[in-house]
Write a protein that binds this ligand. Structure first.
Ligand SMILES: Nc1ncnc2c1ncn2[C@@H]1O[C@H](COP(=O)(O)OP(=O)(O)OP(=O)(O)O)[C@@H](O)[C@H]1O
Ligand SMILES: [Mg+2]
Length: 419
């Protein structure tokens, strides 16, 4: 059948190959077309069999799974690799993703996890192929402006605020962007703290860490009986709603990629804009957020480590099949030069920076210590104007003025612009 998913199994242990082949034999939409015992054999078989998905072990003699994945990209570019490993470390995951793998399974995994991953990567690859076929690749996003946002019944926009390096201002920008979109652009906005282990959104907004969090919401959504998510969201006086990260790192470990996807689907159904403050490392939950996002605001700063990681991330984004307009580069503290110029950064990463936000330690730290977003406490500051420009560029917007109106009455009027 044309829409069968053709899978090639690659593992040096014969029992594992047999087991996986048998397991997948029960799935009517999956067809195991071959099984290879090494990276080299995998390349030879893939060239012949043109699989849709390659289930690849990492540790194998002769050529390991990472090297084989790298070479596979030029031999069968349409094949999506699901990497399997007994080691789940972030470094393995990152190296696999850089080599071009689309998914990462840590052994032992359940047959449900396995089949879900195969279906997911294959659907994503098909989707990517059809997009390549029909579009002439629009830059930035007309889709990001106006149309989706604000129309009742239309799903809202998911904006992931990500950076491949910590401490570059993701939480600061996420929170203020959310507030700007709500108060100035009249959007119904929710911010989700996607930094599940050490989330700071609640701190910046001065919220009670004992409030309900995503860890309470996921089981309810998975049970399928939840009518309203309102009791899991905090209505903040800044005009936004907040979905907090779990209260402890142990609870954070229970959060799965599937759960995150459900939460995002639900949040986007109820809001114009969903801003997600992400962590800086790749794991399956971060990937689920980045996949679901319409826009990834990728933050960087004028530091050599930030620039290096950005280069790596842009390669991963390409491997993941994200179209160019989805990833937007935001340079934070753009004026704090310290020897590196914006042009140097652009040259080094081979791409223009899309948006900049100035450095303003006074406003930012003052606001942080008071638990009030600077967009509210210091609206006339350049840093607030930069955030508003960013908000407009992401969600489009009805606000006419190009500069921020510092008037208190405007602020009050537009607070709680959503119902
Ligand atoms: N534009 C700015 N001007 C001045 N200071 C800033 C600016 N943006 C962020 N900062 C400061 O930089 C520090 C890091 O910011 P923030 O916590 O938002 O980064 P992050 O990427 O979320 O970090 P983490 O990796 O801890 O999650 C904070 O002290 C914040 O106040
Ligand atoms: Mg943060």
């Amino acid at each position: 059948m044309a829409d069968q998913i053709r899978v090639l199994v690659v593992d040096d242990i014969p029992e594992t190959r047999d087991h996986l082949t048998k397991l997948l034999g029960f799935e009517s939409d999956i067809d195991v077309v071959g099984a290879a015992a090494s990276g080299r054999e995998a390349l030879e078989m893939a060239a012949r069999l043109i699989p849709d998905v390659v289930l690849m072990d990492i540790n194998m003699p002769d050529m390991d799974g990472i090297a084989a994945t790298e070479q596979l990209a030029s031999i069968v570019p349409g094949a999506a690799v699901v990497m399997m490993s007994v080691q789940g470390e972030a470094d393995y995951l990152r190296r696999s993703m850089l080599a071009g793998a689309r998914e990462f399974l840590v052994k032992p995994f359940s047959s449900d996890e396995l089949t879900a991953s195969i279906r997911q990567v294959s659907a994503r690859e098909r989707d990517k192929q059809s997009r390549i076929a029909v579009t002439t690749m629009a830059t930035a996003g007309p889709a990001l402006n106006g149309a989706r946002s604000g129309e009742p019944g239309e799903p809202g926009l998911i904006v992931a605020v990500f950076s491949p390096k910590g401490g570059v201002g993701r939480t600061t920008v996420s929170v203020n962007l959310a507030v700007a979109a709500a108060t100035e652009l009249g959007k119904k906005v929710v911010i989700m703290d996607g930094s599940f282990q050490f989330g700071d959104v609640g701190v910046l907004l001065n919220l009670n860490p004992k409030s309900k969090s995503i860890a309470d919401l996921i089981p309810e959504l998975e049970a399928g009986e939840l009518e309203s998510i309102d009791t899991f969201l905090i209505n903040h006086t800044a005009g936004i709603r907040v979905l907090l990260a779990p209260p402890s790192p142990e609870t954070a470990e229970m959060i799965t990629a599937g759960g995150v996807k459900k939460v995002l689907d639900r949040l986007r159904a109820d809001h114009d804009l969903v801003v997600v403050d992400c962590t800086s490392y790749f794991n399956d939950t971060t990937l689920a957020i980045l996949d679901a996002a319409d826009v990834i605001l990728t933050m960087l700063s004028l530091e050599i480590t930030s620039i290096k990681n950005m280069r790596l991330f842009l390669e991963v984004a390409e491997q993941l099949g994200y179209e160019k307009g989805k990833v937007r580069l935001v340079l934070n503290r753009a004026d704090s030069a310290l020897g590196i110029r914006v042009a140097d950064v652009e040259h080094s990463i081979g791409r223009k920076v899309d948006e900049t936000v100035v450095s303003d330690g006074r406003s930012v730290v003052y606001a942080l210590n008071r638990g009030v977003p600077f967009f509210l406490s210091n609206r006339e500051a350049q840093v607030s104007q930069d955030i508003l420009r960013l908000a407009r560029s992401v969600v489009g917007g009805q606000a006419q003025a190009d500069t921020v109106d510092a008037g208190k009455s405007t602020q009050k009027k537009s607070l709680f612009a959503w119902r």
